[in-house]
Design a protein around this ligand. Structure first.
Ligand SMILES: C[C@@H](O)CC(=O)SCCNC(=O)CCNC(=O)[C@H](O)C(C)(C)COP(=O)(O)OP(=O)(O)OC[C@H]1O[C@@H](n2cnc3c(N)ncnc32)[C@H](O)[C@@H]1OP(=O)(O)O
Length: 711
């Protein structure tokens, strides 16, 4: 049976041909190597048909244009040569499209990303719909890659070097109005007239558009070799600081643009194909692509085999504090589900309202939304100090103090005030859900739903099922979290669940190193260089030293001696040091305690409180290794104890929950890279030197002996 075609060419009476791309059997259009011959044939047909006066390229998919090159095709590249050939093939096809002597117009609706945008850039003009689903971007850098279909050359020539570098180095998605303003598209129209507008643009016979006006400064900088070098040198400095040298793609992107602008498009394309090829086969990109596939696979899972999630039409949030406010905010602004916030006083309620308003108003200021949209979303949030208007809640999320008796009271209140099917989801960060459920007459409705702070930024939530949680409760909670824009992992009940459990040992080791005389800034620098977003001491200040102190004994009691936190840290609380929250911790905080971007200074007085004098700082990688191997060992224990269902979930949980370096693929991918035997040797060396807290867990020892891997 003949292969179904991806491209379909239809001719209109007015001489405009419509080329529709619709990859058979796929949700999204993606670019595949096997399209090459089909496209070349069509281009030859177009070139040979003088009745065709113009060409419009459009997607046959409901809500997406082209999502980029097929990432699994890139995964299949065995050598850099395979990848280079793909890039060069793309260059040939896109150059041929661009060389057509009739106007070629891309009509874009929905996702137009990576190779999809590069395809659109090879067209002479672009028009997109004004729909919320329409976004344009080059997210390759998030996969450890670079735009390999000519994007590093066409984008800067269309929108300018600075804008193009910003797009390629961040992978950000550009909305229609922004795209029009920067000259990425030539018009933005309602989807209903998208095709008609594209046809009219083709009929107008133009193959170029008036470039958008650039500022004088921009013209000076980008118009001269000297100015361009300033831009490139500045960009190199910024990416070096941001990536700590752990991600090769950004520097290569800058080099493609630099060489292309200096030596011409042809040379630029050659450099692009070579750099793209090296990146496709790099271990960093392999790790980042595995994260993409893992999260895509997880989206299809309900969290409980065979269970059907119930629809959540209304949520109640107990507690309007930092976490409650964030949870209410993502419920209304992301999931667009009405949320009723209950707190014991008006202060908590106003905090929740202002939390959501501030985030939405930022969107208005950035012109991502209108004030009307902001106000409509705000109207989804209501507040109460009584149990009024909660009867019809489908889910209640409690974010009150970490006090078991108080949570028991909440369970009883909700069973009294809400419906029989209402789910009670606790945001507890440490109390076993089974203990909370002891107060329930319907324990099947009780579940843990653990968010990470700041709620609107951290993608992970842990969904914690206790022994009696029903599959429907799990599936409904997972679906609810997904609607909030979260990446949920289902973990089993146990002190600290997964993320806080692996984090605790990592933090304890940092504390030990501090007490051994490593300076605060050196400790943080070591782990930032390793690839974490912030260092452990900064993290402790941000989370709250008091929170850490509260969780530690719970973990030690439930999980054993290795979780014992250094006693010296009690002196910090006696000195009223809670961290950023009360402006006194390991670092100094400006008055008003605002999170400032500028570098914080260490509060040197903390050393005296701890009774230590910072000594000789050890090698950065040695410092990082001691903390990281603690996290790796405990992650494997969590897998062994069934706290996490798979090493895939363990990787995603660590990356999305605590910023484990994505270029390493997560703890389990990293152990495969290190080798289980090598990790056991490191742990045993530390065990001999620092004690049994470093003892390799049984599963690691077995893997070392059998030389097995997780993936
Ligand atoms: C030539 C060079 O420039 C190289 C490139 O172009 S590299 C690729 C660059 N593109 C991307 O990184 C985009 C990746 N995709 C996404 O970010 C998202 O899929 C989306 C924003 C496009 C849509 O998100 P959503 O609506 O949530 O849908 P899913 O993520 O669930 O995706 C639906 C199915 O499409 C598959 N898919 C999406 N993009 C790609 C891709 N680039 N390659 C291969 N497959 C892709 C995804 O796996 C889902 O598959 P399913 O089995 O049908 O569920």
């Amino acid at each position: 049976m003949a292969m179904e075609k991806t491209f379909n060419l239809t001719r209109r009476e007015d001489g405009i041909a419509i080329l529709t791309m619709d990859v058979p059997g796929e949700t999204m259009n993606t670019l595949k190597a096997e399209f090459g011959p089909e496209i070349s044939e069509i281009l030859s047909e177009i070139k040979g048909d003088n009745s065709i006066r113009g060409l419009v390229l459009i997607s046959g998919k409901k809500d997406s244009f082209v999502a980029g090159a097929d990432i699994s095709m890139l995964d299949a590249c065995q050598t850099a040569g395979d990848a280079k050939a793909l890039s060069q093939q793309g260059h040939v096809v896109f150059n041929e499209l661009e060389a057509l002597n009739i106007p070629v117009v891309a009509a874009i609706h929905g996702a137009c990303l990576g190779g999809g945008l590069e395809l659109a850039l090879a067209c002479h003009l672009r028009v997109c719909s004004d729909d919320g689903k329409t976004m344009l971007g080059v997210p390759e850098v998030q996969l450890g890659l670079l735009p390999g279909g000519g994007g590093t050359q066409r984008l800067p020539r269309l929108v300018g070097i600075t804008t193009a570098l910003d797009m390629m180095l961040t992978g950000k998605q550009i909305r229609p109005k922004q795209a029009l303003k920067m000259g990425l598209v030539n018009d933005v129209v309602p989807q209903t007239i998208l095709l008609q507008t594209a046809v009219e643009m083709a009929l107008a016979g133009k193959r170029t558009a008036k470039p958008v006006k650039k500022s004088l400064v921009n013209q000076l900088l980008e118009g001269t070799g000297f100015g361009r070098n300033i831009i490139f040198d500045q960009a190199i400095k910024q990416v070096a600081k941001k990536t700590q040298g752990n991600y090769p793609a950004p520097a290569k992107i800058i080099d493609c643009v630099r060489q292309g602008m200096a030596k011409g498009m042809q040379k630029g394309l050659e450099v692009e194909a070579s750099h793209f090829a090296e990146l496709v086969v790099s271990k960093e990109s392999e790790a980042l692509r595995s994260i993409f596939f893992a999260t895509t696979e997880m989206k299809k899972e309900t969290g409980a085999e065979g269970a059907t999630p119930r629809k959540v039409k209304k949520a109640v949030i107990l507690g309007g504090g930092l976490m409650g406010g964030g949870i209410a905010s993502v419920t209304t602004t992301k999931a667009k589900i009405p949320a009723r916030v209950k707190d014991i006083n008006e202060k908590g309620l106003s905090n929740a309202l202002s939390y959501a308003y501030k985030l939405l108003d930022k969107g208005v200021k950035r012109r991502h939304m209108t004030p009307a949209v902001r106000d409509n979303l705000m109207a989804l949030m209501t507040t109460t100090t009584e149990y009024k208007g909660v009867k019809d809640a489908d889910i209640v999320v409690e974010a009150v103090f970490e006090d078991l008796a108080l949570k028991h009271q909440m369970v009883k209140d909700i069973e009294r005030e809400c419906g029989e099917h209402t789910i009670f989801a606790s945001n507890t960060s440490s109390l076993p859900i089974g203990q909370i459920a002891q107060a329930a007459s319907r324990p099947e409705n009780v579940i843990g739903l653990h968010y990470f702070s700041p709620v609107e930024k951290m993608p992970l939530v842990e969904v914690i099922a206790h022994a009696k949680t029903s599959p429907e409760t799990i599936a409904t909670t997972v679906a609810f979290a997904r609607k909030q824009g979260k990446t949920p992992i289902v973990v089993q009940d146990g002190a600290g669940f997964y993320v806080n459990r692996i984090l605790a040992l990592y933090m304890n080791e940092a504390a030990q190193l501090l007490l051994e005389g490593q300076s605060i800034e050196h400790l943080d620098k070591a782990l930032v260089k390793f690839g974490f977003p912030v260092g452990p001491i900064t993290l402790l200040d941000e989370v709250g030293i008091d929170v850490g102190a509260k969780i530690a004994p719970i973990l030690e009691k439930e999980l054993g001696e290795r979780f014992k936190a250094p006693a010296a840290f009690d002196k910090l609380l006696s000195d009223d040091r809670k961290g950023r929250k009360n402006g006194k911790g390991f670092y100094q905080y400006a008055a008003g305690n605002k999170a400032s971007s500028k570098k914080k200074a260490v509060d040197e007085s903390v050393y005296a409180v701890l009774g230590i004098k910072p000594g000789m700082d050890k090698d950065l990688s040695a410092v990082a290794e001691r903390c990281v191997v603690q996290m790796l060992n405990e992650a494997v224990r969590c897998l062994d104890d069934g706290i996490i269902a798979s090493s895939r979930d363990g990787d995603i949980g660590a990356i999305f929950g605590i910023g484990f370096p994505p270029f390493l693929g997560g703890p389990f991918h990293y152990i495969d890279t290190l080798g289980a035997d090598n990790l056991v040797n490191i742990l045993e060396r530390y065990q001999a030197q620092y004690g049994d807290r470093f003892e390799p867990c049984p599963r690691l020892k077995a893997m070392a002996a059998e030389k097995t891997r997780f993936f």
